[in-house]
Design a protein around this ligand. Structure first.
Ligand code: ATP
Length: 794
């Protein structure tokens, strides 16, 4: 151990002993506080004198009660704080820092050594900071600058100075394993080490190795909308999670984790990322999938298709006679034209076209839909749309009141009274006795009892009707949506040239689907948007930050929707257009259209071009698969080139894959994914590869990211990564269409260390266009590149 190393180890020992001491103190404190809480809870009433005899006694009792409740609440809060602090201290005890900067502030002539770690640690006096939290203003220098001039921003303004030295450490179990002076080492040694490791069951925090451009994303607080466009593996998800941790630190006095929502693609992804914040000592944010939200909000009687079934249809049902219509329908319904059309439609409905469901009572019309239309359009036509709906609701409730009065006199009510059970009669009798002092046998009592019973019966029968009216269920949302696809309506909503050629077929397909009480995925958000434009938006103002990961898969509709749903939130949108695999996403050619959400002044964009997930060789191959891929830079981590094997039949394919899996397992790979084009191909691959030990099939409802060997459709592997990826069948026959380019790219970019591509017959056009030398050929198959120049001129 050299001298510098010894000095740092001594400092580490000092910090560890301070933490150990603090742990002892906090432990004693938490035990004491826990006792207090339990005591107050147990003896809550013992210590309180309850006396209500006089007003003064009553007042004293109430004050005492309040005091007692307040004591309990204070003790509970301090206990929770102490408990959290204890958790944090224990987590950092043996590895309290990962970096150090020596900074000389302008105007001072002494250099200050700032150690950076996951949480702040102070000495016993509480005055000297031994470790700075990575989110503290000064810590940003660690991420943003090499030695030389540097600056950081504090609430009071910018601080300028000179960064003299920057050290990086790896510490394990209280011992410094390695330390690097970044002015002397070339490349980022620690990052090399981190990225070279095998994958994990859960995503890890990147706190020790955050890169400058990622730090910009994490600490950006200027506008309402931050858009991050980044290559596959560039750390978008990682930066998003660190950003949440940053918010929780910066706004710790006023922001709670449950005021932040992360929209993720599916449950497996949610689980995969769920450990990052706890690892950083923070509580997890809320996680949602857009589909869950849709299902929760849409009418129960609809069967709603999910995005995976939609995609599966597009991938596997090319021969369906309705295929082209459906495809055109998906594109149009995700477009801003359709969105604007729906808004226009709602305007039109203000003067004509509303559809109401007539209300019946006991099979007889109580109010017809025509009557409702008349009231809606004739009464107070100067009122705003939503006020008119409210008026109509009130009018309907009054009509129900009138019905109630008339119905109590009717014979059917008497008949139902006779059928009442003893218990029900007893209830009414008891109620009457309480309120009125009639003698039991008097005629008056009988009269009164009968009236109460009649009212009770009518009220009960009318209750569901009142409830429906209050919930505005008399508005026929389904019919209103259907009307868009009926003759003559499209002319009012769109210019002829805006409509797709297949509009007639799309219309008829949509009407049929609605008649079957089904909603295709592409209709779900437009339908909900229309419904909310008519009924009024439901919103959640308590949410302050919304982050949307894999944002390339959202349509303009969905963004607009999320914005309206969370009116008080700032939004972070992270995505990669090269991975836009859903058909509706093609319309969002870049995130440019999102600027209109909050306006240019409130919108910022950051691009991430460097990819960290995969080895340089894998990135040099995958970036040739997409347009403008040359902009994607690899982090300099070496590995073997991707390998292509061409096989002549399925039997050979399965034999080769089985043997490759065994090789990979023997070489220490912990996660191996056999990635297929679709769920249908995955199932067939899974059945054919059964002899692989403990092989798992990932389906759309799989909750956990499993280690070991998995067979998975490419669209479910989005956002996650594996030590080794095996592309099950990269043949032209499977990925022959240009529209599958992004799906294929997404599949290949899941690989961290190894990428193997198998092809039964001719490999696909994307592979054939790869420049020479970027792909190793396992069986010297000759790739004919002449007819197909690649994006990068290969
Ligand atoms: N600064 C960093 N330090 C260490 N590891 C990093 C860093 N940035 C990214 N990584 C690692 O790179 C991998 C990819 O990161 P992440 O999943 O966040 O990328 P992404 O842009 O969301 O990818 P994709 O678009 O493919 O879903 C992860 O293993 C992550 O830990």
């Amino acid at each position: 151990m050299n001298k510098d190393h010894q000095i740092e180890q001594d400092y580490l020992n000092k910090v560890m002993s301070t933490i150990a001491h603090q742990i002892e103190e906090v432990e004693a404190d938490t035990a004491k506080r826990k006792k207090t809480v339990v005591h107050i809870r147990k003896h809550f009433w013992d210590d309180l004198k309850v006396n209500m005899d006089t007003f003064d006694d009553y007042l004293e009792t109430i004050i005492g009660l309040r005091q007692q409740a307040q004591d309990l609440s204070v003790s509970q809060t301090t206990h929770r704080h102490a408990y959290n602090r204890l958790g944090k201290l224990k987590r950092i005890e043996k590895s309290p820092f990962f970096g150090r900067i020596d900074f000389v502030e302008e105007g001072m002539n002494v250099s200050e050594s700032v150690y950076v770690g996951v949480a702040t640690v102070t000495d016993e006096t509480n005055e000297t900071i031994l470790i700075h939290d990575w989110r503290a203003p000064i810590s940003s220098i660690y991420y943003d600058y090499p030695p030389g001039p540097a600056e950081y921003t504090t609430p009071e303004g910018k601080i300028y100075g000179q960064l003299e030295k920057k050290w990086q450490y790896t510490i394990s179990d209280g011992v410094i394993q390695s330390m690097f002076d970044t002015s002397l080492t070339i490349g980022d040694e620690i990052l090399q080490q981190v990225l070279g490791k095998a994958s994990n069951k859960h995503m890890q925090s990147i706190v020790a190795t955050i890169q400058k451009e990622q730090n910009k994303i994490i600490r950006n607080v200027s506008g309402r909308l931050l858009i991050v466009q980044g290559a596959a593996g560039s750390g978008k998800t990682s930066a998003a999670l660190q950003r949440i941790a940053y918010f929780l630190y910066k706004y710790r006095e006023m922001l709670k984790a449950d005021q932040i929502v992360l929209f993720s693609p599916n449950k497996m992804f949610s689980n995969y990322v769920s450990h990052v914040l706890p690892e950083l000592g923070e509580e997890n944010m809320q996680q949602e999938t857009f589909q869950d939200y849709l299902e929760y909000r849409l009418d129960r009687f609809f069967t709603v298709e999910d995005p995976y079934d939609q995609l599966e249809y597009l991938l596997e049902s090319v021969d369906d006679p309705n295929y082209e219509t459906r495809k055109a329908s998906i594109h149009f319904k995700a477009s801003s034209s359709f969105f604007e059309g729906i808004k226009r439609y709602r305007e039109i409905l203000a003067s004509a076209g509303m559809v109401f469901k007539g209300i019946k009572f006991r099979g007889q019309p109580l109010v017809t839909s025509q009557q409702m239309t008349d009231v809606f359009y004739n009464k107070d036509s100067a009122l705003r749309f939503h006020n008119r709906i409210d008026k109509l609701k009130e009018w309907l409730l009054k009509e129900i009141d009138k019905t109630e009065k008339m119905e109590v006199e009717k014979d059917w009510v008497q008949e139902e009274i006779e059928l009442l059970s003893k218990e029900e009669l007893q209830k009414v009798y008891d109620q009457l006795e309480k309120t009125d002092k009639y003698s039991e046998n008097s005629y008056e009592f009988y009269e009164k009892e009968n009236k109460v019973l009649a009212r009770m019966i009518v009220l009960k029968k009318l209750r569901p009707l009142r409830k429906k009216v209050k919930a505005l269920a008399f508005i026929d949302s389904k019919q209103l949506y259907k009307q868009i696809f009926e003759n003559g309506m499209s002319g009012k909503l769109w210019d002829e040239q805006e409509l797709p050629e297949e509009w007639r077929e799309i219309s008829s397909m949509t009407r049929d689907m609605l008649d079957e009480e089904k909603l295709y995925h592409e209709d779900a958000t437009p339908y909900l948007l229309l419904k909310e434009l008519i009924l009024g938006f439901q919103s959640n103002s308590s949410i302050k930050y919304v982050l949307i990961d894999e944002a390339q898969d959202y349509s303009v509709f969905q963004f607009e929707f999320i914005k309206r749903l969370f009116p008080s939130a700032r939004m972070t949108v992270l995505g990669d257009f090269n991975q836009a695999i859903f058909a509706h996403a093609n319309n969002v050619a870049d995130f440019q259209s999102l600027t209109s959400l909050y306006g240019a002044e409130e919108t910022e964009r950051i691009t991430l071009d460097r990819s960290y997930r995969s080895t340089r060789e894998i990135i040099e191959f995958t970036r040739e698969l997409v347009p403008e891929g040359e902009q994607i830079m690899a982090f300099d981590r070496e590995g073997e080139k991707p390998i292509l094997s061409r096989l002549s039949n399925q039997t050979e394919l399965h034999r080769e894959i089985r043997s490759k899996v065994v090789d990979l397992q023997n070489s220490g790979c912990e996660t191996i994914a056999i990635i297929c084009k679709s769920a249908a191909e995955s199932l067939s691959a899974y059945q054919s590869l059964q002899t692989i030990n403990d092989l798992k099939l990932v389906k759309k409802n799989t909750d956990d990211y499993e280690q070991g060997v998995v067979v998975i459709p490419a669209y479910l592997a989005k956002g996650i990564e594996f030590d080794a990826v095996i592309i099950y069948n990269a043949a032209e026959q499977i990925y022959g269409k240009e529209s599958l380019r992004r799906l294929f790219y997404t599949a290949c970019t899941r690989a961290m260390h190894h990428l193997y591509l198998y092809s039964v017959g001719e490999p696909n056009q994307f592979i054939r266009k790869i420049s020479p030398g970027k792909l190793n050929n396992a069986n010297n198959y000759h790739v004919d590149r002449k007819q197909s120049p690649g994006f990068m001129g290969g």
